[in-house]
Design a protein around this ligand. Structure first.
Ligand SMILES: Nc1ncnc2c1ncn2[C@@H]1O[C@H](COP(=O)(O)OP(=O)(O)O)[C@@H](O)[C@H]1O
Ligand SMILES: [Mg+2]
Length: 478
């Protein structure tokens, strides 16, 4: 097993830039050196936040309605308050349920959370299903166009154009390969949001123009309980800005590193939520392509939100772009073959493996090239503590043979959902968040509590400076 020292570091993306048709099939990884050279490593992070899902919890919501833009309709927003939901607080122990706080072993805890209803009192759930979102104040829903799964081109009203002056920018919540995400407070409704800032010059230099436009477009199209909500965007001469819900509970990455590995039912819970999100994305012909714990945030109640659509793309059939994060790349990506949604099911396998084992199956001394070699060899050593059902599922996800990979067969995502490892998951209820999360992050909701996030050096260049805008025309949707 690799030492955890290295694994504390976050992995960054690799991308060869815009989509391309491979010219040289790669049977060994040597030729990938330049395209896939490792980029900066980030240091590890802590936790983040959730968003409101229950009507009686509305006062705590940091962002369940769009921030008003200076030019748009006025914000309704009830001021945030410290009103606490007692049933939630009772759960907010900051521990994995079913796992002793100090447990280092993989003893299988109760599966209580997967099969019993949540303990949220009589509160009505409003973030259920795939569409309707009710602003916590009972004001008009921010987005009143329920998006049924599978509907192409949902019309999300995220056109609201904001400006820097609409927000009070505060600390950095996270940094990635191409961007930085800030906690911000709306000056209009006092709610907290997260704003991802991308430097145009950097995006251009890293050949991420198309991916960045896709990120905005794909996010705008999606509406799902386990996907981040984008409220709007803007740009100035130097930067692009994307306004999202602030997810308070931190990255799953941080929780996983702290826990070393998750008990079987805990991994199953997160895997099941990711599976639902992938099912939704794929039904929209969107491939996500960057599944990993760093991009999975925990909301205040402990449910997942997938953030970072930087590599998400609408792909009805096949694509060739070499992008993703080394440990999570499917062999067909590494070897520059055309690929499709199948790559997300592979990554789901890597994610489940990492949650259960604490390390990724092809990890090798931190060298991407060695990782790619291992991926192409395809040999996975399953630690003995991995449950046989989990191992069976993993062997069917982490398989190079696309005619055998679960999720990629005739049954599609159903085959994954009906696998024995997920037997006790009631998918319908899970999709309504009607199942207790195994861990409730200890956050003070609605007050911009970012204490579960790691600290990062702050940006030194002020946002909102004037000057020439050489790249503006490349980002027409922002
Ligand atoms: N909506 C959000 N709420 C809270 N934190 C976020 C949010 N979106 C992103 N982050 C934090 O910022 C980090 C970087 O954002 P991400 O979109 O993943 O950027 P990159 O594309 O550079 O990886 C994430 O890993 C996470 O820690
Ligand atoms: Mg990311």
């Amino acid at each position: 097993m690799p030492t955890l020292g290295f694994l504390k570091k976050k992995r960054t993306k690799d991308s060869s830039g815009s989509d391309f048709t491979p010219t040289s099939p790669v049977s060994n990884t040597a030729g990938l050196g330049s395209a896939l050279s490792p980029q900066l490593s980030k240091s590890s992070n802590l936790f983040a936040e959730p968003e409101t899902t229950f009507t009686n919890d509305s006062a705590q919501s940091s962002a369940t309605s769009p921030p008003a833009s200076s030019g748009g309709t006025k914000a309704v927003a009830a001021p945030t308050s410290n009103n606490n939901n007692t049933s939630m607080n009772a759960q907010a122990t900051g521990q994995l349920q079913g796992q002793d706080a100090n447990a280092k072993t993989q003893n299988v805890p109760s599966i209580h959370n997967l099969i019993h209803p949540p303990n949220y009192g009589s509160s009505q759930h409003t973030d259920s299903g795939y569409g309707s979102s009710t602003d916590g104040n009972g004001s008009a829903p921010a987005l009143n166009l329920p998006q049924q799964r599978g509907n192409a081109n949902p019309s999300r009203e995220t056109k609201g154009k904001y400006t820097l002056t609409d927000f009070q920018i505060s600390r950095t919540l996270g940094t990635g390969s191409f961007g930085r995400v800030h906690l911000v407070q709306s000056k209009h409704n006092q709610r907290y949001y997260a704003v991802k800032v991308l430097k145009k010059a950097q995006v251009v230099k890293m050949k991420q123009v198309e991916h960045t436009n896709d990120e905005r477009r794909m996010l705008q199209r999606c509406r799902h309980p386990f996907l981040i909500t984008l409220w709007g965007t803007w740009q100035d001469s130097k930067n692009l800005y994307m306004v999202m819900d602030f997810i308070e509970g931190g990255e799953l990455f941080s929780l996983l590193r702290k826990s070393q590995r998750f008990p079987n039912p805990v991994a199953k819970f997160y895997a099941a939520e990711v599976t639902l999100a992938l099912d939704y994305l794929h039904s929209m012909n969107i491939i996500y392509r960057d599944l990993k714990p760093e991009n999975l945030l925990l909301d205040r109640h402990g449910h997942l939100k997938i953030t970072d659509f930087g590599f998400a793309k609408e792909v009805p059939d096949i694509t060739w772009t070499l992008c993703g994060t080394p440990d999570y790349l499917a062999p067909e990506v590494v070897s520059s073959k055309g690929y499709n949604k199948s790559v997300d099911w592979w990554s789901l396998g890597i994610l489940i493996f990492e949650m259960l084992a604490g390390f990724t199956p092809f990890w090798d001394s931190g060298s991407p090239l060695k990782i790619y070699e291992n991926i192409l060899k395809g040999r996975v050593k399953y630690p003995p503590y991995i449950h046989p059902d989990a191992q069976d599922l993993l062997s069917k996800l982490i398989t190079a043979d696309l005619t055998k990979r679960l999720g990629n067969l005739h049954g599609g995502s159903r085959d994954v959902m009906t696998h024995a490892w997920f037997a006790e998951v009631t998918w319908e209820r899970l999709s309504k968040k009607d199942i207790d999360a195994p861990y409730v992050p200890p956050v003070r909701g609605g007050v911009g509590d970012a204490s579960l996030f790691d600290k990062y050096p702050e940006e030194t260049e002020a946002y909102g400076q004037g000057g020439s805008d050489e790249h503006g025309k490349l980002f027409p949707d922002f």
